[in-house]
Design a protein around this ligand. Structure first.
Ligand SMILES: [Zn+2]
Length: 307
């Protein structure tokens, strides 16, 4: 069954780029509505922006969606990953600024609040996108692919010069709470040198060592260190999962990413949807629905989130 939030859920915090505090209210929505953002701080223009792959307008440091009037919301990937990981299919996401708060740099605060409020079942079956034929994109030294699989699996590999990150590889079946248990609390990460450079370019006015894992060569600068030894690759999987959620429906397929970022995953969805033979929309039967990322979550999963 499709779901929505049982009642509104509120988050507030600073955005990474503007540094401005904004407030997000996730409101219930009816079946087949999907996920939409609504900017409550704009006048005289269309405030509604669909959370959809073909509305992605910028992927340099995060994922931004923009409507035909040029109204946008940035850094949607972590909250989109939370929605997909919780099995939330329909919501109106009101926001009073241009950027979703970064919070701790992971999806855990979103997941914890949404699941503690609870989901409401709606009287409509879940539809999903089943990958039929492999699709692949390369983008510089990055690669992403989707190949047929009965449920969503993510394989990811990264390679960084900083020895504290180095080469990391992880595979995870996202069925039945895999995202909530294994990925949702992994924070965004960056090199100290990149932060200094991006600050100089005015690209990040918010963010701090409490909203990202900051690394410098062989050291983790962030107090408290890592939440997982391989937290960086887990966060890249979280990002890919959030960007894939912009497909608008759960994806049934294996995602393979090597050094892939927001741009690569968005190009992958564009490639998939440009080929009608590569995918089909399916109505999930009980067996398939029981293997979706948000199905079968337990109360212990929610309590176990280290946010
Ligand atoms: Zn991220």
């Amino acid at each position: 069954m499709q779901t929505t939030v049982r009642s509104s859920v509120v988050f507030a915090g600073a955005g990474l780029h503007t540094g401005k505090v904004s407030c997000v209210t996730v409101q219930p929505a009816s079946a087949e509505y999907g996920i939409w953002f609504r900017r409550t701080d704009v006048n005289g223009v269309d405030p509604l922006i669909p959370a959809r792959w073909d509305r992605v307008s910028n992927t340099e440091l995060n994922t931004r969606v923009t409507n035909a009037d040029g109204v946008s919301v940035s850094t949607v990937e972590h909250i989109m990953a939370a929605f997909a990981g919780c099995g939330l299919h329909n919501a109106m996401v009101e926001i009073d600024g241009p950027e979703v708060p970064l919070l701790d740099g992971s999806s855990a605060p979103f997941v914890a609040r949404i699941l503690s409020r609870g989901l409401q079942m709606l009287d409509a079956p879940v539809r999903a996108i089943r990958v039929h034929r492999p699709v692949e994109v390369t983008h510089g030294d990055a690669m992403a692919a989707l190949v047929p699989s009965d449920d969503l699996k993510i394989d990811f590999e990264i390679d960084f010069a900083d020895t504290v990150i180095g080469h990391q590889k992880k595979s995870l079946n996202m069925a039945n709470g895999g995202f909530v248990r294994e990925l949702c609390n992994s924070r965004t990460f960056c090199r100290k040198a990149d932060i200094d450079e991006m600050r100089a370019r005015g690209l990040i006015l918010g963010g701090s060592v409490t909203s990202a894992v900051v690394v410098d060569g062989d050291k983790v600068v962030t107090p408290g260190g890592l939440r997982h030894a391989d937290e960086p690759v887990r966060h890249k999987m979280l990002d890919a999962f959030g960007d894939l959620a912009l497909a608008g429906f759960p994806v049934l397929g294996r995602y393979i990413g090597r050094r892939a970022g927001h741009a690569t995953t968005n190009q992958l969805l564009r490639r998939l949807f440009s080929d009608p033979e590569a995918f089909e929309m399916v109505e999930c039967d009980a067996r398939t629905a029981s293997r979706l990322p948000g199905a079968g979550l337990l109360r212990e999963d929610v309590l176990g989130i280290a946010a």
